[in-house]
Design a protein around this ligand. Structure first.
Ligand SMILES: [Zn+2]
Length: 242
């Protein structure tokens, strides 16, 4: 596949244009700064790309605003009183400094209790909480794969949890390996399940094409709902034009 890229500026917004052998135009706004990239079929000229971008300027600006908000929100201090999410629910963080091993637990249904040694710095507190998220996710994923791989009719050779900036999951179809974003620990179970199914379905179809959507509709008819839920606090904002 031949790929050519260059930049154009549309009403003050820098847009990276990537030309390749694809059928449809695909516009994306990416974190952390709201970078805009548009993938277009080779035959489409810059003027058509410009018009397509202009027609979606409202949407682009909205996504960029969201990233700005998200960036502000993600400046966490890891201190008592902050809101942190787990499996779609909001918890109030309670940091307790005490001797003994560090731990994380949910108490009184609405408190995320983080126990750390006196003097534990912010970054270390975050590492401890992330380790806990990873552990929780690791307990959920095998069950989901055991449920969905046979349903879809494929084998998953390996899975991993990764911290990813722009994707909820990825699939290496050759190695039959799926990677899931650690952030999914914060999302409702249904969203995690949707991403697992989505990545598993990639083992049947690599592209996000009609065939892929048909599989999704067959295996998980309500997938749009979960996708929309994930989009509320998204990693990357993608606008697929079919
Ligand atoms: Zn995908």
């Amino acid at each position: 596949m031949t790929t050519k890229r260059h930049q154009i500026v549309v009403q003050g917004i820098t847009v990276e244009v990537v030309r390749k052998d694809i059928k449809n135009l695909h516009l994306g706004v990416y974190p952390p700064n709201g970078r805009v990239r548009v993938s277009v079929p080779s035959r489409l000229d810059d003027e058509s790309v410009r018009l397509a971008v202009i027609s979606r300027l409202g949407w682009i600006r909205k996504q960029q605003d969201k990233f700005e908000q998200q960036a502000r929100q993600s400046q966490r201090e890891m201190v008592t009183g902050e809101s942190h999410y787990f499996q779609g629910h909001r918890y109030r963080l309670n940091v307790i400094y005490c001797k003994g091993p560090s731990s994380v637990s949910i108490t009184k249904n609405s408190t995320l209790e983080l126990r750390v040694r006196p003097g534990t710095k912010r970054d270390k507190r975050e590492v401890i909480l992330n380790r806990w998220y990873r552990q929780q996710l690791s307990e959920q994923i095998p069950e989901l794969i055991a449920k969905w791989a046979p349903t879809v009719g494929v084998t998953v050779a390996e899975w991993r949890i990764k911290r990813m900036k722009t994707r909820w999951g990825t699939c290496n179809t050759k190695a039959k390996r799926i990677w899931l974003n650690l952030e999914l620990a914060k999302k409702p179970d249904s969203c995690l399940e949707y991403i697992v199914v989505h990545e598993i379905v990639h083992l049947l179809e690599r592209q996000h094409n009609e065939r892929f959507r048909e599989y999704m509709n067959r295996f998980m008819p309500q997938w749009h709902i979960y996708r929309d839920e994930l989009k509320q606090v998204p990693l990357a904002h993608e606008h697929w034009i079919y």
